[in-house]
Design a protein around this ligand. Structure first.
Ligand code: SF4
Ligand code: FES
Length: 233
């Protein structure tokens, strides 16, 4: 067991005059995840600390946060990689803080919902619509998205261009644009053919660097741009 020192962003907008940092020290095994330490802080030291978590295994996407300056999942950050003087935990940048490390992700999800993230058929299918392995391969990376929001929170364009749809939404757009069983390609492309859509991306690549599912986010956005040029111009 080692002593792990944390500096954690705290802010309750309904009670605090402003944000502040609180320090904690917990015992941790080198092979544990930072989420285990966070749980220990909450369960053994300070029950008022708020953060999201559920699966603890990189599946649900709920514990995205800024850890020592990089957005990532606390359940995928291993203690031995953080034996620095202090582990700084902050909420996802660019999102409204609801309390401590919990941010409002409703606007983030609404942007994806507006893209109609489901298959659209031109007519009710009479039989099962099959997909070849090659067709499935085109979207197999995008399908891995767990909506953790780390990409959008790390995107410098999203910080300043508030209407920019953001990299995560564009991954979901990609998933249906290149889906062989979907029938709404033209509309899907038109929906993101504007400066706050696919053209908002200027290739910072921060989204690609932080994606816990190793989705080639920037490359996917550039592929969408080429598809817009090919099909709508
Ligand atoms: Fe998270 Fe990656 Fe999906 Fe972005 S693309 S929301 S970083 S899983
Ligand atoms: Fe589910 Fe980390 S708690 S992804």
């Amino acid at each position: 067991m080692i002593d792990l020192h944390f500096k954690v962003f705290r802010f309750d907008p309904q009670a605090d005059p402003g944000p502040y940092f609180k320090h904690y020290t917990v015992k941790a095994e080198p092979g544990e995840r930072l989420l285990d330490s966070l749980n220990r802080i909450k369960w053994e030291q300070d029950g008022t600390l708020s953060y999201r978590m559920s699966c603890a295994h990189g599946v649900c996407g709920s514990d995205g946060m800024k850890i020592n300056g990089t957005c990532r999942l606390a359940c995928q950050a291993i203690v031995k990689d953080y034996q620095c003087p202090e582990v700084v935990l902050e909420p996802l940048p660019g999102f409204e803080v609801l309390k401590d490390l919990v941010v409002d992700i409703d606007p983030f999800l609404e942007r994806i919902q507006n893209l109609r993230p489901f298959l659209i058929a031109s007519a009710p299918p009479e039989k099962e619509r099959k997909q070849t392995q090659a067709e499935g391969k085109k979207v197999e990376e995008a399908i891995r998205c767990i909506l953790c929001a780390c990409c959008t929170a790390s995107c410098p364009v999203s910080w300043i261009q508030k209407k920019y749809i953001g990299p995560a939404a564009l991954v979901w757009a990609f998933r249906y644009i290149f889906e062989s069983r979907d029938s709404d390609l033209q509309e899907r492309l038109k929906q993101i053919d504007h400066p706050d859509g696919a053209w908002g991306c200027v290739n910072h690549f921060e989204c690609t660097r932080v994606c816990p599912k190793e989705i080639p986010v920037t490359k996917s956005i550039n592929t969408i741009k080429r598809e817009i040029e090919r099909r709508l111009r």
